[in-house]
Ligand binder design. Structure first.
Ligand SMILES: Cc1cc2nc3c(=O)[nH]c(=O)nc-3n(C[C@H](O)[C@H](O)[C@H](O)COP(=O)(O)OP(=O)(O)OC[C@H]3O[C@@H](n4cnc5c(N)ncnc54)[C@H](O)[C@@H]3O)c2cc1C
Length: 484
């Protein structure tokens, strides 16, 4: 028989101490959603079942004890660290869920310059780790726009990516080893080695699990030398995205590794670079690292772009200044709330990826279909996008859209606007052979397409859930669709 809400709270208090079990209604409300429902949240509307409690965890033993308790009683658990999730991964969709807050596991455990790696608990904000490293002349190389908000556990759980990914890679390229706790309370450590061929790479069961398989308690990442004095910036304006994708491809295929390689369409470019975009597309690069490598990378990029006469160079200072103000901390989140409340104008993004052969078609088709098929297209005030992470075989496309919320209750906003827009982006991308999600994770609102995304490989993905979370207590409705 399932436990009552009161019994869950009482027993949790016995496991971790009463002060660590929060049942204040306002806290529960905030813990029932993430930024996917920011419009309803801003209006004080919380339509999902409130969790029974938020447990403020302090160490791995507590994580293990709480998970084992929840597993025994079939209680849904939602892991949480920095709470910057954008795709519904933090939503509590099951009655009497327990939110496992790992932000208290916040110690940097080691910085090891000999082996060029650092170990941090899951609740260490990336910015804290990064600042500690920079003070010693090192960097993680990881710089998502949410760096001031996101914490190590969530960054690994979502397969996050940073702005310098073209050089340093995404989080899966950085993680060396991990500690994680599975639903039955098993604590497992994956050791730190440079590489091994001892069977499949089991780190990937944990990286990207979005709290749907296990709770990440500790992470070891690679570190790199930090040499900002060698940074070189390049910016260009051009007429069309097709040419921009060709340039990006050439830079990657020639083997250059700029830390930043970005291409903005005219709408998105105008929004970011009002001072010089002039209604054109914008392409930017940054080269960094060792002086000789940075210079050779910059020279190589300039030589490639010179083959495209329509690309016109802009002052590199403009790019540097823009880049230094890109990140989002609590101040920008607060300012956004005020702005949305005042104007009723919402901004969202959906990020996908595709090979070079299909990315331009994905971009064009999505924009065309949104303008022609989305029933509330008249409410859209901005629609565009950019590519910000490139690989030798393709790139991502980050669709950006703003709309006025008209004639609907706060809780209806996602059904009227966000979900139908997502549907067109996701379906068109999958149809053309791309991936429906490049770096935010599937969360809870793209699960309708998890099976289409993976095709026959869904067999493997489902096997992980069956084996590691057989009772289905981990973040129900995330990655895996809830079977009716
Ligand atoms: C303004 C803004 C900019 C952003 N820019 C980027 C960007 O540039 N690149 C990028 O990749 N993302 C970006 N994001 C998305 C978000 O910051 C990332 O997904 C980030 O990795 C989430 O980390 P977090 O600590 O906030 O996790 P949370 O929001 O707390 O959780 C995210 C997901 O991970 C799970 N989870 C959290 N902690 C654990 C744990 N310890 N063990 C297991 N599962 C866990 C949760 O259940 C949830 O499903 C941005 C978000 C915002 C708001």
């Amino acid at each position: 028989m399932s436990l009552t809400r009161e019994a869950i709270v009482e027993q949790l208090k016995e496991i971790v101490s009463p002060g660590r079990v929060i049942t204040d209604e306002k806290v529960l409300q905030k813990n029932s959603v993430d930024r996917f429902r920011k419009y309803a949240d801003i209006h004080g509307v919380f339509p999902l079942p409130l969790p029974a409690a938020v447990v403020m965890l302090e160490n791995t033993q507590q994580v293990s004890a709480v998970l084992a308790f929840c597993n025994r009683h079939g209680i849904n658990c939602v892991p949480r660290t920095g709470a910057s999730a954008t795709e519904g991964g933090l939503e509590t969709v099951v009655e009497n869920s327990v939110v496992l807050d790992g932000s208290g596991l916040n110690r940097v455990l080691s910085i090891d310059p000999q082996n060029m790696q650092a170990t941090a608990q899951c609740g260490v904000p990336l910015e804290v780790l990064e600042n500690k490293l920079r003070a010693q002349g090192y960097t993680t190389g990881h710089s998502p726009q949410s760096k001031p908000l996101a914490q190590m556990g969530g960054l690994v759980a979502t397969r996050s990516i940073g702005q310098f990914s073209t050089l340093y890679g995404a989080i899966e390229d950085m993680v060396v080893g991990l500690e994680a706790v599975f639903p039955d309370g098993t604590v497992t450590r994956i050791k730190n080695v440079p590489r091994r061929a001892a069977g499949p790479d089991i780190r990937h069961v944990i990286i990207g699990n979005e709290g749907a398989l296990c709770f990440i308690t500790e992470v070891t990442v690679k570190i790199f030398k930090f040499m900002p004095e060698n940074n070189l910036y390049y910016g260009y304006i051009l007429d069309d995205m097709k040419t921009g994708f060709e340039v990006l491809r050439e830079v990657m295929v020639e083997g250059y590794r700029p830390s930043i390689a970005r291409l903005y369409d005219a709408e998105d470019g105008t929004q970011h670079f009002t001072h010089f975009a002039d209604g054109k597309c914008v392409m930017i690069f940054m080269a960094e690292g060792n002086k000789g490598i940075a210079r050779a990378t910059g020279d190589g990029i300039e030589a490639i772009v010179a083959r495209y006469p329509q690309c016109r160079k802009v002052d590199s200072k403009l790019i540097e200044t823009w880049f230094n103000n890109l990140n989002w901390g609590p101040d920008k989140v607060a300012a956004e709330r005020v702005q949305i409340q005042k104007t009723g104008n919402m901004g969202f993004t959906t990020e996908v990826s595709g090979e070079w052969s299909c990315i331009h078609a994905i971009y064009e088709n999505v924009i065309r279909r949104l303008r022609n098929e989305f029933p509330h297209a008249d409410d859209i005030t901005m629609l565009g996008g950019h590519s910000s992470h490139s690989y030798i075989n393709g790139t991502n496309m980050y669709f950006v859209y703003d709309y006025n919320v008209v004639d609907c209750k706060p809780e209806e906003e996602i059904e009227k606007y966000h979900n139908p827009i997502n549907k067109i982006i996701v379906e068109e991308t999958i149809r053309l052979g791309g991936s429906m999600v490049h770096h935010h994770g599937i969360g809870k609102h793209r699960t309708h397409w998890t099976k289409d995304e993976h095709g026959t490989a869904y067999y493997i993905l489902k096997g992980l859930k069956d084996v590691y979370d057989p009772k289905g207590i981990m973040n129900a409705g995330t990655i895996y669709p809830i079977e009716k």
